[in-house]
Design a protein around this ligand. Structure first.
Ligand code: KG4
Ligand code: ZN
Length: 341
């Protein structure tokens, strides 16, 4: 089966071709227009998707060496995401599928991330616990079988990536902030500043990152280190702040993920979403999972970030079990991840 996947939920315009679970192409056009605003500007995002979508889809088909007529279906992100951006991909996918007379499949963006590790070899074994951490979401999910999934917890305020981006903005590091903090943190001392770890109630798998973010702000204010303050942080101070902040976020993510695996007796953990590219998160999660005899899977960078391949893969899995979507399917900005199965 050969499926085209289209992803336009936020600031990446992406299209990919997946055939029998293998990625033939995965084209990602990241919108640079948002950098100077320190975050994604929805109207600019939809316009950029409109400018890019045809070229990105054409390139994905050309690189895969697949003509439109060879496609068995078209998968597209239905939500969650920015509604104007979702509509660009959804309308495009519907029109193309209708014109070709093939099914189209609306895919939940979070399910895309959830199954993104299946784009890699070796694939994870069921059941697994997935930690999905991105700019918009932080979720812990227990997956028993394909699409038989239970949301264990999610963020009550900021997503993990959002906290990285906001702290980076305070430090004048630009957007997106995660990679910049990750890099600077390597030179810093993670124990230099004792930022709080927010574990919430003892048995909760929910997250909260706004407190850590506010602590960084207070620390910078107290020490007169904000970019507009009188003194600029030294390179060493910047590195220590980044390392200490990152250590605090990672400790919470690792502790809760491992606790979920232990509570549900699960021997596999999958990481997904943009923040799963974080080097400390990967090493700490690996250390803990090795200690407990748990298999750890995470996708390569191009499958961590928003990408069409993960959407095509979920579309193919659904199509293979006879599921497709009606042509009046609507874009849903806050589409929940349903427990299925
Ligand atoms: O999954 P993604 O590409 O888009 C969303 O669906 O949000 O995730 C983007 C997020 C941004 O917040 C970015 O700062 C964060 O992932 N990120 C990182 C790293 N690379 C990207 N956060 C921490 N460390 C990284 N190395
Ligand atoms: Zn995403």
């Amino acid at each position: 089966m050969t499926v085209l996947g289209i992803e336009t939920s936020c600031d990446e315009t992406s299209a990919a071709v997946v055939a029998d679970g293998k990625v033939l192409s995965n084209i990602i056009s990241s919108q640079l227009v948002h950098a100077k605003f320190g975050g994604v500007v929805p109207e600019l995002a939809s316009r950029a998707h409109m400018r890019m979508i045809i070229d990105v889809v054409d390139e994905a088909l050309a690189k895969a060496g697949v003509s439109k007529e060879k496609l068995d279906g078209i998968a597209v992100t239905q939500g969650p995401g920015l509604v104007g951006s979702l509509l660009v991909g959804l309308s495009f996918a519907k029109a193309l599928a209708y014109g070709l007379g093939i099914p189209f499949i609306g895919v939940n963006h979070m399910e895309g991330h959830l199954y993104s590790t299946f784009l890699e070899d070796p694939q994870p074994e069921y059941p697994f616990i997935a930690l999905i951490v991105s700019g918009g979401h932080s979720m812990l999910v227990h997956v028993k079988q394909p699409f038989d999934q239970q949301l264990l917890g999610q963020t009550r305020d900021d997503a993990a990536g959002e906290a990285f981006d906001k702290v980076a903005k305070m430090l004048g590091l630009g957007y997106p902030g995660g990679p910049a903090i990750d890099k600077l943190a390597r030179e810093g001392n993670p124990k230099a500043i004792d930022f709080p770890r927010s574990f919430l109630e003892e048995d909760s798998f929910d997250f909260s990152f706004s407190g850590i973010k506010t602590s960084v702000l207070y620390y910078l204010r107290k020490n007169n280190l904000l970019p507009l303050g009188n003194s600029k942080p030294t390179e060493k101070a910047m590195a220590d702040i980044c390392a200490s902040f990152q250590a605090s976020v990672v400790e919470v993510l690792v502790t809760k993920t491992v606790a979920a695996a232990e509570q549900y007796g699960v021997k596999t953990i999958c990481l997904a979403g943009g923040v799963s590219a974080n080097s400390l998160l990967r090493t700490e999660m690996k250390r803990e999972s090795d200690r407990l005899g748990i298999a750890l899977h995470f996708p390569r960078l191009e499958y961590c970030m928003d990408n069409g391949a993960m959407i095509a893969l979920v579309g193919e899995m659904k199509l293979a079990s006879g599921i497709s979507s009606p042509f009046d399917l609507k874009a849903v900005a806050n589409l929940p991840m349903e427990a299925e199965g």
